[in-house]
Ligand binder design. Sequence first.
Ligand SMILES: NC(=O)c1ccc[n+]([C@@H]2O[C@H](COP(=O)([O-])OP(=O)(O)OC[C@H]3O[C@@H](n4cnc5c(N)ncnc54)[C@H](O)[C@@H]3O)[C@@H](O)[C@H]2O)c1
Length: 247
Amino acid sequence: MATGRTERPAQRGRGIPEATVARLPLYLRALSALSERGVPTVSSEELAAAAGVNSAKLRKDLSYLGSYGTRGVGYDVEYLVYQISRELGLTQDWPVAIIGIGNLGHALANYGGFASRGFRVAALLDADRAVTGQRIAGMAVRHMDDLEQIVREDHVSIGVITTPAPAAQEVADRLVAAGITSILNFAPTVLSVPEGVDVRKVDLSIELQILAFHEQRKSGLDPVAGPVPARPSKPGERGDLPEVMPA
Ligand SMILES: NC(=O)c1ccc[n+]([C@@H]2O[C@H](COP(=O)([O-])OP(=O)(O)OC[C@H]3O[C@@H](n4cnc5c(N)ncnc54)[C@H](O)[C@@H]3O)[C@@H](O)[C@H]2O)c1
């Protein structure tokens, strides 16, 4: 659901395009479901449908991992899970620190799904002394004063920002200064980070706005001209409105 772009070249060092990297978690999720059901092999068409992409794109993506499947059999589910996990770096444990333990930070801290996907919540941090010391999911919330020490000692590599927007840049600066090179930002603000630091942004309201756009289309309501005509109209048919409004 990350809606931001990772600020990286479109092609990674080992030749895997960024767009392919972004689809690998979709394949992994679909494969994990098959694996849980004990399905041994899957065709590219089935896997593509489960992941919501077209099968030609899927075959191309998997070819970057050196995985071509077997004609008439498909892909070995367990092996493909391993290959994608290895490519995504999920065969090792990634310690994560969550910064800002309010509503969202609480919910993420209580979410049990990170560990099974290779992420260990190593620390919960907050700037408010009324929050520090509270125990959530068996962990005590630590004060931001301890950030640098925690990052160093727990080898934290990923920071999750769940503070209010005005604090997010300052928190990001501190995370970067402490040595963190990957940030997942939930705060509705654009972060500026030095080269070499990856930022992914999660924004539910953007996702909802996109759904609202599609809902509006489905309901046949044109926000400018009212109801959309049943058949496609030619330019000029609806008064002076162009078919596509200029940006
Ligand atoms: N991305 C999404 O889809 C999504 C959804 C909900 C909320 N949000 C965003 O997540 C953020 C948190 O929302 P919330 O409802 O949990 O807020 P909240 O007010 O409940 O919690 C924020 C926490 O951050 C702490 N904090 C403030 N400044 C800090 C700093 N400099 N260092 C460390 N901790 C600090 C506060 O003490 C508080 O505990 C907001 O930016 C909100 O807009 C994003």
